[in-house]
Design a protein around this ligand. Sequence first.
Ligand code: HEM
Length: 419
Amino acid sequence: MIAKWFDERLDLKKFKEKFLNKAFPAHPTFLFGEIALFSFITLVITGIFLGLFYEPSTGQVSLFGAMVPAAYASVVKIDLLPMGVIIRRIHHWSAMIMIAAIIAHLARVYFTSAYRKPREINWLIGLSLLAVTLGAAFTGYLLPYSQFSVTATSIAYYIAKSVPWAGDWISRLLFNGEFPAHGTVPRFFFLHVMLIPIGLITLIGAHLLVLVKQKHTEPKANSKRKAAQGGRRLIGIPVWPEQSYISVSLFFFLLFVVVLMATYIPLNPIERYGPPSPVTPVMRPDWYFLPIYGFLKLIPGDLSFTLLGSKITPEAIGGVFFPGILALILVAIPFLDRASSPQNYIENPLHRPFMTSSGIAGAMLLFMTTVSGYIDVLHIAPASMAIYVVVVTAAAWVVSYLLLRLYSRAAKKGEHVKS
Ligand code: HEM
């Protein structure tokens, strides 16, 4: 009855035929993108709750008899609200899960070559999504204005200031003055709750529109079944009802996991860090910024030179050039590994020795630079660690390349090689 009422007005049957009958690949690795999407939804909902009580100001207020920044005091008060600390932890855990899911999703697209023609545009939109999500995490760091927030943000401030030729301008624009400035928290708050979410919603919308237009990639094994079914473009389960049931169940399962984590794992406890103080303790950023932090630790403090009139400092080498080169490589991938005609079938990573071993070496580089963030506790000298990073990354490439070549040659000859 209700469906009929809406159908008469909105022509829902046509919508169902056009969109809801579309096929979704029946493979769990295709769910990483959905996990990122659902985490983002959870972040928006919990973020609205936090925004109702948060105060974006560094003005001093009294909290339990001590004078502390208003932003810090407002977060302590959120923790004291009924369910407040749980909602703040759900927000934090969802951010971590979103970033992890994006990385897993990127790896799935990379290792199966789903970035090839015609999906280069979605690869680039995806990379922008990763960058903007990291921007959301970075601006969120500062908001509680604890000792941890201020220490972590000041590392980023010196990196922004070190950008060759434009560092002063970029750091003043981003931090609204010389950090710690009174204007930084309101600026980051605006970026975190307004500009970045709008950017993410726009990019996610564009990403999904391109996906609907181009359809998913699918395994080559589907080609025989497809020929038997009259050559339909994609084999999978229909968006409605099967995939929608899976997606809704996935959303609630994710919510269950995140609530469980928020209940038992105290994340970023503001009372442990306390408000900013003149003492700067050793603090490591969250895992997703650790490769940059670790790389910075490997660069000798006195390594600086002048390039075209601009001073290149260790911060610029570790914080600007290192992630900049990694980003350029990621951007270039679909244009280097080109396909002349549209590729709608995914490749088996075991049959692409060069690309797969390069991906493994890239992951190893990130892992080793993450370990470098702990050289102080591991008691390893920066120069020795730099050698380990190079040797282990190169070894990961060579060993995986040789093994994969052997495997793919054997597979081509029809021999069965057990992995
Ligand atoms: C907020 C971040 C992101 C969200 C919410 C998101 C969401 C999705 C979803 C739901 C799909 C369809 C399911 C799937 O193929 O796994 C998809 C497909 C795709 N995504 Fe993303 N994605 C994000 C980031 C990225 C990143 C970082 C990349 C790569 C750099 C990327 C590249 C692609 C490509 C190429 C496809 C089509 C894959 C195919 O046809 O097999 N996405 N995305």
